[in-house]
Design a protein around this ligand. Structure first.
Ligand code: FPP
Length: 244
């Protein structure tokens, strides 16, 4: 963990990995009698802000829940709005991310995404592959239960093929077959908008994460709110099952 610079807040350790469930775009728009699409557009602005804040604060990994595997249940026009924002983000922000030494990684089921989105995702990951600053992980068409089921399937296939002994199945082996392989577990998971649940996000990886729920709607979330959540995190005692 690195320390937040004294100009922002005194002597608080910055979590290595922050993961965020970005919730409340729809309510943000509704309160202003605006179409939901505008809430999502402001949500994309908040994404830009928070990525920059994480770069400034020295966070090493930021995972954002951009589109869940359950979000397909939304009306087609809303799904299209979200995919449009994603395309826009990948087309227009990746050069800036690259300049900021940000490495982009996408987790989720690529099958099911439009071919041009998959192409953009692959290009963006390729372009930023060797960057060494913040790793920005976008969870896109992501569902934790499906991720765990796929890991179990992959392990079972190896056991069946005789290339993995049954006794080798342990926590590390499961983690090594998840989409997040190589990414440390989140230290802090933030959910905006006052809802208090994980909604199929990083269920395995969240085992010892500190959960911070904030009332602020995602489009209003800014660096000050992020620092506040990090301060709350800093006041928690993490025991990982031990006695502290
Ligand atoms: C939840 O708000 C948010 C989403 C389902 C999607 C998050 C998407 C963005 C922040 C914009 C695009 C992302 C990127 C990476 C450019 P909600 O619609 O469920 O809000 P509500 O609960 O108030 O209705």
């Amino acid at each position: 963990m690195t320390a937040i610079s004294p100009s922002t807040v005194a002597a608080v350790a910055v979590p290595r990995h922050v993961a965020i469930i970005m919730d409340g775009n729809g309510r943000w728009a509704k309160r202003r009698l605006l179409p939901r699409a505008l809430g999502h557009r402001q949500g994309a602005e908040a994404v830009r802000r928070i990525v920059q804040a994480c770069v400034d604060l020295g966070v090493q990994y930021l995972t954002l829940y951009a589109f869940s595997s359950e979000n397909w249940k939304r009306p087609t026009d809303e799904v299209e709005d979200l995919m449009g924002l994603l395309r826009h983000y990948l087309r227009n922000e990746v050069a800036e991310l690259n300049r900021n030494n940000v490495r982009l990684r996408i987790i989720g089921e690529r099958r099911g995404l439009a071919p041009d989105v998959v192409a953009l995702v692959n290009e963006s990951e390729g372009l930023t592959r060797n960057n060494t600053g913040l790793t920005l992980v976008l969870a896109l068409n992501y569902g934790a239960q499906a991720e765990i089921a796929a890991a179990v399937r992959a392990i079972a296939a190896k056991v069946q093929a005789g290339v993995m002994p049954l006794e080798a199945i342990n926590e590390q082996a499961v983690a090594d077959h998840l989409l997040t392989v190589g990414i440390p577990d989140p230290d802090l998971i933030i959910r905006t908008s006052g809802e208090q649940r994980l909604s199929n996000f990083l269920l395995w990886q969240a085992a010892y994460a500190e959960l911070v729920f904030v009332d602020c709607l995602w489009p209003d979330f800014d660096k000050a709110q992020l620092v506040e959540a990090i301060e709350t995190f800093g006041r928690r005692e993490r025991r990982f099952g031990g006695r502290g």
